[in-house]
Design a binder for this molecule. Sequence first.
Ligand SMILES: *[C@@H]1O[C@H](CO)[C@@H](O)[C@H](O)[C@H]1NC(C)=O
Ligand SMILES: *[C@@H]1O[C@H](CO)[C@@H](O)[C@H](O)[C@H]1NC(C)=O
Ligand SMILES: *[C@@H]1O[C@H](CO)[C@@H](O)[C@H](O)[C@H]1NC(C)=O
Ligand SMILES: *[C@@H]1O[C@H](CO)[C@@H](O)[C@H](O)[C@H]1NC(C)=O
Ligand SMILES: *[C@@H]1O[C@H](CO)[C@@H](O)[C@H](O)[C@H]1NC(C)=O
Ligand SMILES: *[C@@H]1O[C@H](CO)[C@@H](O)[C@H](O)[C@H]1NC(C)=O
Length: 681
Amino acid sequence: MAAHRKSQDHGRPHRSLGALATSALLIFTSTAAGYNLDTSDTDSIKSVASSMAKDMLSFYNGNKPGGTPGLLPTPYYWWEAGAMLGSLVDYWYYTGDSQYNDLTSQGLLFQVGPYNDYMPPNQTLTEGNDDQGFWGLSVMTAAEYKFPNPPSGKPGWLALAQAVFNTQAARWEDADCAGGLRWQIFNWNNGFDYKNSISQACFFNLAARLLLYTGNATYGEWAVKTWDWMEHVKFIDENYYIYDGAHIESGCTDITPYQWTYNAGAFLLGAAAMYNYSALQNDANTEAMWKERVDGMLNGTAVFFTTNDRNIMTEVACEPVNLCDLDQQSFKAYLSRWMAATTKWAPWTSTTIMPLLNASAIAAAKQCTGGDNGQMCGLKWTTNGKWDGSTGVGQQMAAMEVTLANMITSVTAPVTNSTGGTSEGNPNAGGTDIGRTSPESTLKPIHTGDRVGAGILTALILAGVIAGVIYMFIDETVDATPKERFDGFVAAVNKNGKRLAKRNFGRDDEYGDGLGGMSEKGKQPRVQSFRVLDRSDSDRNSGSVSAGPEGFFAADRQRSGNSSENPFSSPADPEKATAAGAAEQPAHHSFFSPAHFRQQSTGINESSAEVGIAQQAHMSDPGRTTVIQYPPAAAPFPSNNAKGGAAAPAELNSEATQVPFQPTRSKKRNYIKRKLLHPKQ
Ligand SMILES: *[C@@H]1O[C@H](CO)[C@@H](O)[C@H](O)[C@H]1NC(C)=O
Ligand SMILES: *[C@@H]1O[C@H](CO)[C@@H](O)[C@H](O)[C@H]1NC(C)=O
Ligand SMILES: *[C@@H]1O[C@H](CO)[C@@H](O)[C@H](O)[C@H]1NC(C)=O
Ligand SMILES: *[C@@H]1O[C@H](CO)[C@@H](O)[C@H](O)[C@H]1NC(C)=O
Ligand SMILES: *[C@@H]1O[C@H](CO)[C@@H](O)[C@H](O)[C@H]1NC(C)=O
Ligand SMILES: *[C@@H]1O[C@H](CO)[C@@H](O)[C@H](O)[C@H]1NC(C)=O
C-alpha cells in the first residue's frame, strides 16, 4: 500500500512480554475454546461479531480525547483505518447495531482532506492510489447500504466516492505499459514507478459500483478499460489469477508473482456489479461476458482456500510461511466482505461462496482465544482452533467480516440511486486535486506581494551566504591564501560529489542506500542489482527490510542441498507427506496444515505467469501451483509468534540474517517527517 512504511517493518503490534505471558497462561489455564459460532443462527453471528468489533476497536484511539478521528496508531498505515471504518459500516448493515455509527461517520469525514477526496495533506508522504481507493470503497459501501447520511454541509458518501474516482481517472497513464494507474500518487514516493493490481482493483471496483449506483455510463467505460488493461499486461492471467504488479521500466513485464486475497475479492465484486448492470440493460452479450468473468474470478479464488476440504481462507502467499506483514494481516477481511457482497449482485454464486464463508467463519471464530482477554483472534484460521499468537486490527477485522458474511442472506440488497438510495452525489467532485502528482503546498497561496518579498529575502540570504563564504576564505588564522583555500574547497566538493554519485548509482551499492532509493523515480536500478531489495510487491515497503534476490538465491542454494528441509520442495501434496518428511519440516510449519492447492485446478499453467518472472521462478513451488509464497529465507522481521514461529530456521536464513537492517536515507527522513506530522502516532 503506502510506499513508506518504515515503522511496520518490525512486524505486528507488539504486546508486552508480560501481556504475552499472561495470554499464554490464559491459554493453558482457561478452558477457552474460542467462539462457538453457529452460522445458521443470526443471534449467534451478531453476538460473536459484536465482541470481535469491540476487540478490533481496542486498537483505535480516534474517538478518544487527544486521538485523531480516522487514524490508527503507528505502525498501522492510514489506509487500514479507512478499511476498518468500512468494516464498521458492514457491521451496522448486518447487525443493525448502531453503537459505532458516530465513530464511523466521524472518522470517514475527518480524513476527507481539503477537496473532499481522501487526499489529506498529512498523508502525502505515504498515500498511494490503493490507499485512497480503500477509503473510497468504504464510502461507496456507505451509500449502497444507506448508512446514515453525513450532516448537511458535509459531502455525501456518494460524492466522496466520486471524488476518489475522478482524481484516480485523471491519473490513468497511457505513456507507460499502455495504461493503468501507478501505485503511488506523488512522484516523489517510492513505488511511483510501479503499477500494481490493487490500485487497479480498487479503481475497477469503485467504477463498476458507481456505474450500478448512478447509471452513468462513463464509470462503466473506465471499469471496462481497467479490466482490459489488466488482461493486456497479464496481471490477470487466463486462469483469472491476479498477480501483484510490475515496474514501468520493464513495460510491466517484470511481474511480481504473488497473489493476494484482496485483489481477487475486489475484481470479483466489481465484475458482479458489471454483470448486474448489464443484466439491467438487457444487454445479453455484455451480461454473458461479465457472468463468465465472475465465474472465472470465483474459480481463481480457489487458490486461497486450503486444508483437506479446501474451504478455509488462507493468505497463501505469506501466511503458511509466517511472513504476513501488518497490511497483509487484514486482507482476508476484504475477500470475505466482497465474496458475500457478490452473492447479492450475482445470486447464482451463492452456492459456491456460502460453504466457503461458512467453514472459514467457524474456523476463524474458533481460534479467537488469544490476548489478555482470551478472545483475541489470530491470523491463521487453519489451526483447528489454536490461536497463532498474533493479534491486531487486521486479525479482528478479518474474523469479524467473515463471521458477518454468513448473514448475507438475511440482509437487504444494496441500493442504487433508482432503488431507494439517498446518498448525495457530485459527478465533478475532486476539485483541483484532479490530475495532481505532486502535493500542494500547505502554505497559503502565494500572491505577488509575497513573491516580491520572498525575492528580496532570497537576495538577502544569498548575500549573507556569499559574505560568509568570502569571510571563510580570508580567515587570517589559517596559513593559506584565500585563493588556495577556495581551490581546496572546490576540489573537496568535487571529490565528495563523485563519491556520492558512485554510491548512489554504482553496482557496488550494497544496501541500496537512501539516495539510491531516491533515484527510484523512473530510473530505479533493477531490483536484482540490490542485495537488500525493493520488495517490488506493492504491499511491501519498497526498500524495506528484506533480503534481496541474492539472498533468495543464496538461500536456495543452501536449501537445495537438503531437499527435505526445503519447504518449497515438499511433496506435491503436502498433506500426503510421509511422517518422516513431515517431522523434518521446520518447526513453524508443524502446527498448521500446509497450504494445499487444487491440483486438478483447470489451470495451473506455468506459462501464464512465466512472462517476466522467469528470473523469479526459483521462488515458486514447482509441481504444485503457481501461487508463490514469500520465501522464508527472506524473512524480513522476526515473528512475534508466541509459538516460536520464527521466520525461518537459522541455517536456511543465514544469508538473510546477516544483512543488517539498513533503512534508506530518504525513508529515514520521510519517517522523521511523518513523525513530525503525526506526533501522536
Ligand atoms: C470455472 O470452473 C468451473 C468448474 O471447474 C468450470 O466449469 C468453468 O468453465 C470455469 N469458468 C471459467 C470462466 O473459468
Ligand atoms: C442484481 O442485483 C439485485 C440486487 O441484489 C438482484 O435482486 C438481482 O437479482 C440482480 N440481477 C441479476 C440479473 O442477477
Ligand atoms: C456450516 O458448517 C458446519 C460445520 O461443518 C455445518 O454443520 C453446517 O451445516 C454448515 N452450514 C451451512 C449453512 O452450510
Ligand atoms: C437520483 O434519483 C433522484 C430521485 O430519485 C433524482 O432526482 C436524481 O437525479 C438521480 N440522480 C442521478 C445521478 O441519477
Ligand atoms: C458522468 O460521469 C462523468 C465522469 O465523472 C461526469 O463527467 C459526467 O458529468 C457524469 N454525467 C452525469 C449526467 O452526471
Ligand atoms: C494532521 O496532523 C495534524 C498535526 O498532527 C493534526 O492536528 C490533524 O488532526 C491531522 N489531520 C488529519 C486529517 O488527520
